[in-house]
Ligand binder design. Structure first.
Ligand code: TXA
Ligand code: MG
Length: 316
């Protein structure tokens, strides 16, 4: 794996079937040309990810969704208009040309238009390279299966360097602004259903279209199992319980004091900051000498919902 700075060089490598670590505003991704079955297959090998886990295809704009998906409901178009480019992924009926290697054998395809300028430069260069404006980059988070997602190039390289080939590339983007993954919406039914909480909040979505209260029939494997796991034991706790704990690494909002015996790793001031530092704090805690990581989940709505979701899975 080689670190480069030129988005066109990365697009050229992707078009020739190589992989690239790429920055997005949510977390770093491991990308491949979405039309290249062999290259996408190599993502699964590098991540040690089960083959039936579908991947998100990243495209440059809403106008290209129809190259990948069929039957796009009106509310999905409204959500796309409101939140793309940005941390929103829409699960839609796939077109017949979309292969099982992208969808894990399901009849749906997950599409996102990312906002990170560096990622967008790579998409634009890939569209030129392939002479296809609808060109897509298939990219899961750039971590080994089950691990914490990377929010910096260094963390992505640390995760995947040993599993990438000599001609694969890595491109930096000065870190991920949001720090937790995109919100995934099942947009195959008459009303939208949240499959994964993320960068676009439920409250944001509700201003555009009312969410369904039904269970989704869509399978989103990565959201079921325990995930986002640090290497050390993670214990979720409250401010009052903390005082009765034996001590360890601590991640909590700034207004929560650090009891004696704790090694404070992060003190975010609000939910946005909590999301921004969460994954790097878990990595830092893993590297500390503490045997146990304590985290006090944030309360309330907004990004706090996504943070609680990730912490719950990480502690499973
Ligand atoms: O923010 C993000 O979404 C990041 C950046 C790189 O874009 N990507 C990401 O990808 O988090 P990944 O593969 O780590 O998580 C995607 C989740 C998985 O849980 C997968 O099961 C679900 O999306 N998914 C993908 N395609 C799907 C589909 N067709 N139907 C249902 N779930 C799908
Ligand atoms: Mg992931």
């Amino acid at each position: 794996m080689r670190e480069v700075t030129n988005p066109s060089e990365v697009a050229n490598a992707l078009a020739r079937g190589h992989l690239a670590i790429l920055p997005t505003e949510t977390v770093y991704g491991l990308g491949a040309d979405a039309d290249n079955k062999i290259a996408v297959g190599r993502i699964f090998t590098a991540k040690n990810r089960p083959a039936n886990h579908p991947v998100i295809v990243h495209i440059s704009g809403q106008e290209h969704v129809s190259a990948w998906a069929a039957q796009i409901p009106e509310y999905a178009k409204d959500l796309a208009t409101a939140f793309w480019p940005g941390p929103l992924t829409l699960v839609l009926e796939r077109l017949p040309r979309v292969g099982d290697y992208l969808t894990g054998g399901q009849d749906t395809i997950a599409i996102r238009v990312p906002q990170h300028p560096v990622f967008r430069q790579v998409l634009a260069a890939l569209a030129k390279e392939k002479n296809d404006q609808a060109a897509g980059i298939a990219a899961p988070s750039a971590n080994r299966f089950g691990n914490v997602s990377p929010t910096s190039l260094a963390h992505a390289v640390e995760e995947l360097n040993d599993y990438l080939a000599q001609d694969d590339l890595a491109l930096d983007g000065a870190g991920s602004r949001i720090g937790v993954e995109s919100t995934i919406i099942d947009a195959t039914a008459s009303k939208p259903i949240i499959l994964r909480h993320g960068g676009v909040t439920a409250e944001d979505i509700d201003t555009i279209v009312h969410l369904s209260r039904n269970e989704s029939h869509v399978r989103a494997p990565g959201t079921l199992a325990s995930h986002y796991r640090p290497k050390r034991q993670l214990v979720l706790t409250t401010e009052s319980e903390l005082k009765n704990s034996r001590g360890g690494a601590l991640i909590a909002m700034q207004d929560i004091e650090t009891p004696v015996g704790f090694n404070r790793i992060a003190s975010p001031e609000n939910a946005d900051q909590y999301a921004h530092v969460l994954y790097s704090a878990l990595r830092e805690a893993d590297k500390s000498s503490e045997a146990v990581i304590y985290a006090v989940p944030p309360t309330g709505g907004g990004l706090a919902a996504a943070i609680r979701d990730r912490l719950n899975r990480a502690a499973t």
